[in-house]
Design a protein around this ligand. Structure first.
Ligand code: NAP
Length: 240
């Protein structure tokens, strides 16, 4: 039986590429998304063409109860993912002077509460099995200051801190917890950003591709990464 990987926010962009790469590398996929059923179905079909199973799970990671209701039936049926990829994310940029409370909360909700809401459901089962991988997608903004992104930076730095602490908590149960922090990657999320100006800040002088991120995530979920935990690894074309 193939191992299962749950990928959140996998209907588009980096999450879709992670789901397809993990399927290529032998995982069956639980594919979460918020609302874009058409895109999610397209990714499911690509995964099935690779000969792997794909279960679509439509829920909003900010909603603890809905997340629980969606995952619990499978968990109680002893279907336990080997890997959780916390990828669902959301950007709402504004200088703090102008940032509304609603903007601040929405960014923290999706990016940081989403981490808690998903991990909380599955972690007890992973601990019981004494095996598992948790890889969360943060951002270069969680490592360095980016004007206009106080909320997003706080959420992504929060994921890094939470992952390091969780790694220390669960290492003795053979559950490995890491973070991958992308730089600027070609997805819908870059819409409206000044790409020419951004390119000048990237030593490799190109945007990242979703595949650049997905390959590291898959490596961290493989047996080649048995001794890596508590790390936040940047994939950003050399931004520092
Ligand atoms: P994207 O193209 O905007 O795709 C976002 C994905 O997340 C979609 O599948 C969306 O589902 C899902 N999603 C959003 N809110 C959700 C929620 N509340 N519950 C469940 N799913 C939700 O984003 P991306 O660029 O691939 O970003 C993926 C991750 O990488 C994010 O965590 C982002 O912060 C991080 N990141 C991206 C970049 C970049 O340059 N692209 C850089 C650094 C970090 P629907 O399709 O249903 O809306």
């Amino acid at each position: 039986m193939a191992e299962i990987a749950l990928v959140t926010g996998a209907s588009r962009g980096i999450g879709a590429e992670i789901a397809k790469t993990l399927a290529r590398d032998g995982f069956d996929i639980w594919l979460n998304y918020r609302s874009n059923s058409q895109k999610a179905n397209e990714v499911k079909q690509e995964i099935e063409k690779l000969g792997r199973k794909c279960t679509l799970l439509e829920f909003d990671v900010t909603d603890f109860e809905k997340t629980k209701q969606s995952l619990e039936p499978m968990l109680l049926n002893n279907e336990i993912p080997f890997a959780i990829i916390n990828n669902a994310g959301f950007r709402r940029d504004n200088l703090l002077a102008w940032l509304t409370q609603e903007e601040w909360k929405s960014v923290i909700n999706v990016n940081l509460d989403g981490f808690f809401n998903v991990v909380k459901q599955i972690l007890p089962y992973m601990l019981n099995k004494k095996r598992g991988r948790i890889v969360s997608i943060a951002s270069v903004s969680g490592h360095i200051g980016v004007a206009g992104q106080t909320g997003y930076s706080a959420a992504k730095a929060g994921i890094i801190g939470a992952s390091k602490s969780l790694a220390a908590e669960v290492a003795k149960k053979n559950v490995l917890v890491n973070v991958v922090s992308p730089g600027f990657v070609e997805t819908d999320m870059l819409e409206g950003l000044p790409i020419d100006a951004i390119l000048k800040t990237i030593p490799l002088r190109r945007l990242g591709k979703p595949q650049d991120i997905a390959e590291l995530v898959s490596f961290l979920c493989s047996q080649k990464a048995n001794y890596i935990t508590g790390q936040a690894i940047q994939v950003n074309g050399g931004i520092c």
